[in-house]
Design a protein. Structure first.
Length: 128
């Protein structure tokens, strides 16, 4: 299906992600809006790990609705509110990310619409 693209002439990824992902012709694309760590009942965990898990669970539900799953993710854009959240976010992301790992960007931002949110994740997925 997809193929990781990691040129030998550049530095390798320093975490679990691919520099590029090639999508074969004939695949459908799904672009997912940023998801926050909020449960269906409105509960927001206090920690980045709990919020990140909910982000990916919400993404999994969106993908399922389109006949896809987490292994179809080709790109992740994630945002955290503090450098201290990087290890927790990456540990949870790595549990949900498929193989090969998707292309990924992680940015530190000043905040989100509600103060209690510390992470937001958006993805692009591709499937036949």
């Amino acid at each position: 299906m997809t193929r990781p693209v990691t040129p030998t002439g550049i530095a390798p990824p320093f975490a679990r992600y691919s520099h590029g992902i090639e999508v074969p012709a004939g695949h459908r694309l799904l672009v997912c809006s940023g998801q926050l760590g909020i449960a269906p009942d409105g509960h927001v965990p206090a920690d980045v790990e709990g919020q990140t898990a909910l982000c990916f669970e919400n993404i999994a539900a969106i993908l399922a609705e389109a006949g896809m799953d987490l292994s179809d993710i080709i790109r992740i854009n994630a945002y955290v509110t503090d450098r201290a959240h990087l290890p927790g976010y990456m540990a949870v992301r790595d549990r949900f990310a498929g193989t090969p790992p998707p292309a990924s960007t992680l940015m530190i931002v000043s905040g989100f619409a509600r103060e209690e949110f510390v992470v937001e994740v958006e993805v692009i997925a591709a499937a036949p």
